[in-house]
Design a protein around this ligand. Sequence first.
Ligand SMILES: *Cc1c(COP(=O)(O)O)cnc(C)c1O
Length: 698
Amino acid sequence: MGSACRLSAVRPGKTTVGRIVAHKLGLPAVDVDDDVLEVAWKRPVAAVLASLGGRQFLEAEGGALCQFSASGCVVSLTGSNPLHAEAMLHVRQSGLVVYLDVDVEDILQRLGRMKVNRIVGQEAGVPMRDILLYRKQFYEKWLDVRVLCGRADTEEEVAEKVVRAVQRYQSRDEETYVSTRRSGEERSKEKAYFSDVAVEGLAADGGLYVPRNGFPQVDAGEWKRLVPMSYPERALLLLEKCIHPLDVSAADLRSMVFKAYGSNFFSEEVAPVKHLMEHQFVLELFHGPTGSFKDLALQLMPQLFAHCLPLMCNYLVVVATSGDTGSAVLSGFSRLSGVDAQRTGVLVFFPEEGVSEIQKLQMLGFGEGNGRAVGVLSDFDFCQKSIKRMFGESGLAGYLAVEYGTVLSTANSINWARLLPQVVYHSSCYLDLCRDGAIRFGEPVDVCIPTGNFGNAMSAIYAKQMGVPIRKVICASNHNRVITDLINTGEYDLRRRRLLLSHSPAIDILKSSNVERFIFHASDGDGGLVEDLFTRLDTQKHFRVAAPLLGRMRQEVQAGCCSEDECLSAVRRVHARTGYLMDTHTGVAKAVADRLQDGSCPVVLCSTAHYAKFAPAVFKALGIQNPPEDPVEQLRQLERTAPRPGGHRDMLRGLRGGSGTHSVCQADYRELEEKVESFIFSPPSYESNPISSSPPRC
Ligand SMILES: *Cc1c(COP(=O)(O)O)cnc(C)c1O
């Protein structure tokens, strides 16, 4: 390690761990208690604490640390050092702060064994546990790197983890991303960091980004530590492992995650899992502000995006939506503040006649701030193609960069920063099942996912790669069964397939983009093969995977589909039997799980939307004739019909506040371009300060 690198291990047991680490690294070990404080004070530390009292002791201790400088050694701090801001600033300047994140109960036991009966802060008779919990916030504030210690970890094991954590910090180049379409030599030249892929979306060769070295492994001891934690805490610890600290520091990640998964979710648990019947559970992914699972990704992704943007340019995110993505993107980006909000705008194009009344009202509810939704008198395909054109031959993107200093970007579901946050809820669900006693850690579960673009399913596969004991990912389709056919026959065939309307429109998809990541994964990263297959899909509308690869795909994924009637009847039966009302996408998952899952382990149905979002289809499922026309009344009536899972607070509020006028374009590419340009020139709430007012400097 570099000579300027100092390692500061915080936490009891740290002295021993510090010594082992120092030994492994061939560096001297320094213990602040023994080697700094006692030397400076020429008295035992305990005696100084007894005579000064806590507050003065902290000052004296911090002052002594400020006087102490060292490099190229491993320093074990005291448990109270992190409470002294000036001292910690000093420490951080010359080294790396490693936080040994030990379970509080373990610390209490260790202190008991050591017969420690006094630590700083204890004078007032505050229980030791409270002091430790109070200190945690300071440890969290100063850490560069966290080492999550399992409750059974030995000091040797912890030291090993420390060494690996430090190595990780120093090897950002090990955590780069590659395109699914490159192989061999080409790939080794590439260097895309998290910051790049969070902004870029698609790779230059048309492939999707994936981590070069796969996902980090989380060991059983670490998973168990996560069991008692809250959703944002779990999210933070898991994402710290997946995003290199030099791309997003632990402190920045913390503030983003806690902002993303806070009171904007109307369940404190964020993504609670509920028992449905027998061995079936429902993972409720609809408690976010817009009522679909897309919020889980899109409340966080804009913050990561804004954080990773290169300085100097402004960004305009253009999105085509067939429904749920639009409001989720607008909601997520609307929560940016300050400079981030000024630098990033969002423009959503939706098929004016092709989205539900509720979806439209939800999007138009975000008509202020840095986002705007525009209706297009055409279908989703036209919106999507027009956006592709803006980035491609039209030259619009280049023109906007030069003329306005504004870079066009997209936030679609292939963006890595959108996929990654979804790994958290699959993990969190498993941990909740452990916490609630439904399973013991290590026992398998299946998850059944209504699948469109395969993002949700792919993130479950990644959660499994990190160590979550998921047995099968069951992909559920409606009668647009392209994924089901792929998994069951090995053939991806668009040649004679037309998109059929359904009661579960969010999975009405023919080109399922994240399947590319899955095939990359199942083929052990064969970029040449992926390139070949997906080029063929583009040009010949068809490909077939070879039997051995199909076998590997089927080891992880099962797939099934259901008819429209089966979906509606699943919603009706569940409601009649349990009082639980699910939306039609969840209904697809339920119907398919009933058919495919064998009951030998629990199965989690991913509920990707609140029933209110697809109210007309849900009325139909329940056999309710002549439902009210007014969306607000629709929601009210459904709420009265179903004791569970309760109404969606924000959706109701949004619908009441929504409507007003919005602009609508003809099915003419030029008109869409004009919308983009006029938006850049005067984004909604920054009339006085258009994002184009800063000089073009790209
Ligand atoms: C987007 C969406 C899906 C599809 O998710 P993918 O990750 O694209 O498979 C399923 N259900 C609902 C309600 C959605 O909004």
